[in-house]
Ligand binder design. Structure first.
Ligand code: PMV
Length: 315
């Protein structure tokens, strides 16, 4: 039996991070330039009958029965088996590789869960639909995040730009004109769960200060949706700038992120903001396609450790 391969893209949050945890809408898009890959090979000759798991990028070389029950990979296996009603697994080797930077706001954890769910369900004979894959990735995201909003697993499973509101049906965004983003990694690692938890504590202490900011971010995401649907990139750019200011007010930016955002604007970006949990990780800049290289070079000179230029296609 040939190996089964499955893939999942990275993602960025265009607007609405953090506010989305509290019921406000947010917009996210897949990033096809980076991806996670899961490969499964049957091992019919293996006398141990075990499920081997290899993730060379993170030095993982183990077997399924050696993983703690709440480990994301163990969770994916359990959920896929439950979904398909499969009690006994045949011997196999699962190899996971990924070009998505870890702990950088690009959805690496959710992408691995999505790729593994797809590969395992196909290997077991019934490829799961997006909805089930997304639900399983949400379960595993709890391991990394504690209280994820569900935006990462949704955008990565459906592989389309989404307008996402927690607990509401997913809305795919119509995009009449493709647009270009430069994504830059600040080099500061940031753990989403930690940032979300610390913000939650502050909101609980001072809701009067924070709730209006979260609401403003929700309103901004609705305006950004219109700007995208009307292909108004200058407006979208200025909304990204406004979103960055609101994220600064939430206290989730950093000196490095602020610097990169400023440099991107000075280099000609239509707008720029941090993307994801903040306190490190990535920022994004909306650029005219001809300015992408200039902006990326300026960001690297200012200390970004990596840039990715991505196009959000027409849809
Ligand atoms: O995974 P990240 O770093 O892109 O952050 C997720 C976005 C948050 O809104 C901060 C958290 C969430 O669960 O939506």
């Amino acid at each position: 039996m040939p190996a089964i391969y499955a893939y999942a893209p990275g993602k960025i949050i265009l607007t609405g991070e953090h506010a989305v945890v509290y019921g406000q809408p947010a917009i996210a898009a897949p990033v096809q330039e980076v991806r996670a890959r899961a490969a499964i090979e049957a091992e019919p000759g293996d006398p141990t009958g075990k499920v081997k798991i290899l993730a060379p990028d993170i030095g993982l070389d183990t077997s399924l029965d050696a993983l703690p029950a709440d480990h994301p990979i163990a969770t994916v296996f359990r959920e896929v088996q439950q979904e398909l009603g499969v009690d006994h697994l045949p011997a196999m080797t699962l190899t996971i590789t990924s070009t998505i930077p870890i702990a950088a706001g690009l959805g690496s954890g959710a992408a691995i869960s999505v790729a593994v769910s797809r590969a395992l369900s196909a290997f077991l004979g019934t490829p799961l639909a997006e909805e089930a894959v997304s639900r399983i990735a949400f379960e595993t995201d709890r391991f990394y995040h504690g209280t994820p909003s569900g935006i990462d697993n949704t955008v990565i499973s459906y592989d389309r730009m989404v307008f996402f509101t927690r607990g509401k049906p997913i809305e795919m965004l119509a995009n009449p004109e493709s647009f270009t983003l430069v994504i830059a990694d600040s080099g500061e690692k940031s753990l989403t769960g930690k940032v979300v938890h610390s913000l939650r504590t502050q909101i609980e202490i001072d809701p009067q200060r924070f709730n209006p900011i979260l609401e403003k971010i929700g309103t901004l995401s609705r305006s950004a949706r219109k700007a995208i649907e009307q292909a108004d990139q200058p407006l979208l750019g200025s909304l990204l700038n406004d979103n960055h200011s609101l994220l600064q007010q939430l206290g989730v930016s950093s000196a490095n992120l602020d610097l990169l955002v400023r440099i991107a604007r000075e280099a000609g970006a239509l707008g720029a903001k941090l993307s994801g949990a903040g306190c490190g990780g990535n920022m994004i800049a909306l650029v005219k396609i001809g300015d992408a290289e200039n902006v990326a070079t300026a960001l690297l000179s200012a200390g970004a450790i990596n840039t990715i230029t991505t196009t959000v296609p027409k849809s």
